[in-house]
Ligand binder design. Structure first.
Ligand SMILES: *[C@@H]1O[C@H](CO)[C@@H](O)[C@H](O)[C@H]1NC(C)=O
Ligand SMILES: *[C@@H]1O[C@H](CO)[C@@H](O)[C@H](O)[C@H]1NC(C)=O
Ligand SMILES: *[C@@H]1O[C@H](CO)[C@@H](O)[C@H](O)[C@H]1NC(C)=O
Ligand SMILES: *[C@@H]1O[C@H](CO)[C@@H](O)[C@H](O)[C@H]1NC(C)=O
Ligand SMILES: *[C@@H]1O[C@H](CO)[C@@H](O)[C@H](O)[C@H]1NC(C)=O
Ligand SMILES: *[C@@H]1O[C@H](CO)[C@@H](O)[C@H](O)[C@H]1NC(C)=O
Length: 666
């Protein structure tokens, strides 16, 4: 008791971080003019952690930031996603712009809360952000410009970058440290050196142009680049203009020594020290050993170096906003690996904001090594989690009824990709599903459907509403018809001959690539790589339905019917009601379902897939209301009759040979 009181009174006399660094007045920002950082003339090591405001409900920003500060960190780092802030060509959202993600997008308020919670900030506006985020943060409407070369000085690309940065950067300029705000550092582009390969050399003209746009918009704080220096040297940087920083999981000494060799008498910093890792669908769940994590973190602190931990709190790629990798240097979509909705990352704070052993390790090590002692808040209590009682599916909507709700379908003789649909004020379709319907076609017995090229990314095939393609039940099914791995794929459309049949091809966009060689940034979704043939005859005259699952559409669907006795597998909506006295954090357990998305009160929570590893979806309390909540599921194949809840996440990977379970990396 007396010890606690004593500790409180001692910590109360300590200055806050801002008092320590800004009193009596602010004269200079972060300086890299010597072998260590100074801020306003005082020595500082940046002890930073990543939290993406666009992956955490706004109501939880302050809680997560305070937990970060309570661990002893002095800085928070975030990327800034262009695809959310300019959600349609020329249409911006910084919190009130009317997009479905608007509640996440008040970036100014985020930085202000960071300051209130006594943290400095690092901003990484890209424009490319990687981040396991849809298209690395690029808006999909960029692709409507023919032959646009993203991440280069291509004027077709730079025209849009300039226009967006001229809107974004003035907002950030006012939040700079030298203007009394929290931002001490900006990163230009992201791991740009890793674009090297397949005949491409990183384009320094592009980096220079980005720096010029920053300067023109009043950005005065330190500018940096980040890469693996041992792998890419200074190829992704502008020596003398950008301070280089290092990204890695282990072996900090090698990376930092290389940095010192590349830049003499400069501070050493890791912009991304990877606390854990993310999951692709069909993999085992990744975790990082706590002791190994702590050992490397201590090596960084004692080097000594500044460090941003990526991630400190991973959060969630809600909706359709996850990205994907392309592996093995593949130059087409064959190596496509989409990321799961959860972005827990095995970070010090879990997806739901709980403390882990890594949090304890960080707090202990920072207390030991941070020489600048300032006031640290009391560690906040964790939020309560609940497993609500399971709820039954009450209503359904079959595919034809879903399509009857779509009023912007397009008739076209040829196939059109999502991006090139003439919808959304000519920004095309960014996310969700696209359905290609062929009506009035006669099918002979065992007709062969051929899809030229690759499906981007998966297709469910129906004839007269009957499912013809195979459900995604095991990870190995991804090798078969219906998925991106097969080129020029074929499917037999049933043994019966049919007159005047309707053939539906429902294509899911699983998330555009955020990491790979530049040719993979050819991110069109839907069917566009070739024709669709039936018995070797090209099919024409399509009706194309964008199924975007936008909030206003989700909340105004008509045609719900009581659950029918008759049941056939295929894409349908299933609705249930969750009546609760008090909204609390929970997880929706989708283990009994097959593949699809969950929508809560009109907001697309995210994707689920039986194959795993993710089996449950984090549902934060701010998305729920006290009282009645509507939950519906878009299931592609086989629904369950109930929706279940759990208090903690479930992971499991389903392989044909029955190998399953939770895995621990290394
Ligand atoms: C670092 O040095 C440069 C060149 O001398 C100077 O212009 C700049 O103001 C210095 N930065 C800081 C933060 O002191
Ligand atoms: C700042 O750090 C440098 C390098 O560690 C050290 O030489 C110097 O004495 C420090 N200055 C103060 C005022 O602590
Ligand atoms: C469509 O885009 C144009 C040009 O960007 C803009 O002037 C117009 O207001 C937009 N219309 C709607 C309905 O958003
Ligand atoms: C599909 O059929 C065509 C024509 O018979 C053939 O060339 C192609 O290899 C088949 N595709 C696959 C993936 O087997
Ligand atoms: C073909 O089927 C459609 C319904 O899909 C129907 O409206 C139409 O009358 C049918 N045409 C013929 C010639 O049977
Ligand atoms: C929900 O109910 C709880 C318990 O009665 C209450 O504390 C909370 O403020 C309510 N939330 C809202 C949004 O009304």
């Amino acid at each position: 008791m007396s010890c606690v009181a004593m500790a409180l009174s001692v910590s109360a006399v300590l200055p806050t971080l801002y008092e320590y660094y800004t009193l009596p007045k602010i004269e200079t920002g972060l300086s890299a003019n010597q072998s260590y950082f100074t801020l306003n003339g005082r020595n500082i090591s940046l002890y930073s952690g990543t939290l993406h405001y666009f992956r955490v409900p706004k109501a939880y920003w302050r809680d997560r930031l305070r937990k970060m500060r309570a661990a002893g960190l002095n800085t928070v780092e975030t990327y800034i996603p262009w695809n959310l802030h300019e959600f349609e060509d020329g249409k911006y959202d910084f919190g009130k712009g009317g997009s479905d993600m608007q509640d996440f997008l008040d970036v100014k308020e985020f930085f202000e809360i960071a300051k209130e919670e006594d943290l400095f900030a690092i901003a990484r506006p890209g424009p490319f952000i990687c981040a396991e985020w849809e298209f690395g943060g690029f808006p999909s409407w960029l692709l409507r410009t023919k032959d646009i070369k993203v991440r280069t000085s291509d004027p077709k690309f730079m025209k849009y970058v300039t226009r967006y940065f001229n809107v974004l950067l003035p907002i950030l300029a006012l939040l700079q440290f030298s203007k009394g705000g929290p931002i001490v550092l900006f990163q230009i582009e992201n791991e740009y050196g890793s674009t090297e390969g397949n005949g491409f050399l990183p384009d320094r003209v592009y980096l220079r142009q980005l720096v010029d746009i920053y300067k023109k918009n009043g950005i005065r704080e330190l500018l940096v680049s980040s890469d693996s220096p041992t792998a890419h040297g200074d190829k992704g940087s502008l020596p003398g203009v950008l301070l280089q920083t290092a990204n890695f999981a282990g072996n900090p000494k090698a990376e930092f020594d290389k940095l010192k060799e590349l830049q003499h008498n400069k501070p050493t910093m890791s912009m991304e020290f990877w606390s854990g890792w993310f999951d692709h669908w069909s993999e085992y769940h990744h975790t990082r050993d706590d002791d190994d994590f702590g050992k490397v973190y201590e090596q960084i602190l004692t080097y000594p170096a500044s460090v941003n931990m990526y991630m400190f709190h991973g959060g969630t790629s809600f909706g359709f906003l996850n990205g994907a990798n392309v592996n093995n240097g593949a130059t087409d979509n064959s190596g496509y690996q989409p990321d799961t909705t959860s972005y827990d990352y095995d970070a010090p704070l879990t997806e739901a904001g709980d403390y882990t052993e890594k949090y304890v390790i960080v707090k202990k090590l920072l207390k030991k090594y941070n020489k600048v002692v300032t006031r640290i808040p009391v560690t906040p209590a964790i939020g309560e989690k609940i497993a609500y009682p399971k709820i039954s599916v009450e209503k359904e909507m079959l595919l034809d009824d879903i399509l009857a709700n779509i009023h912007n379908s397009v008739s076209s003789s040829n196939l059109i990709s999502m991006e090139n649909l003439p919808i959304n004020n000519n920004s095309g379709q960014s996310y969700g599903y696209i359905l290609y319907r062929k009506e009035n076609i006669d099918l002979s017995p065992n007709s062969i459907l051929t899809i030229e090229g690759r499906v981007c990314d998966s297709v469910v095939v129906l004839v007269n509403g009957m499912l013809m393609s195979k459900p995604l039940s095991y990870t190995e099914d991804l090798n078969g018809f219906g998925f991106w791995r097969l080129k020029n794929s074929n499917l037999t459309l049933g043994p019966r001959g049919l007159k005047n049949a309707t053939v539906d091809l429902l294509v899911e966009n699983w998330g555009r690539v955020n990491f790979g060689l530049l040719p993979q940034f050819n991110q069109f979704k839907g069917l566009w790589q070739g024709d669709v043939l039936i018995n070797k005859q090209k099919v024409t005259s399509w009706k194309i339905y964008p199924i975007e699952f936008k909030k206003s559409w989700n909340n105004n669907l008509v045609g719900w019917k009581p659950l029918s006795e008759r049941w056939a597998p295929g894409p349908s909506l299933y609705k249930a009601t969750l009546n609760i006295k008090e909204a609390k954090d929970t997880f929706i357990n989708m283990e009994a379902w097959t593949k699809g998305i969950v929508v809560v009160n009109g907001f697309v929570l995210g994707r689920y897939a039986r194959i795993g590893p993710q089996q449950s979806l984090y549902l934060p309390a701010p998305f729920l209301k006290n009282g009645t909540n509507s939950i519906f599921v878009f299931e592609h194949y086989m629904p369950a009759s109930e929706i279940k809840f759990c208090k903690s996440p479930h992971y499991k990977t389903i392989k044909r040979r029955g190998i399953q379970g939770r895995s621990f990396k290394k």
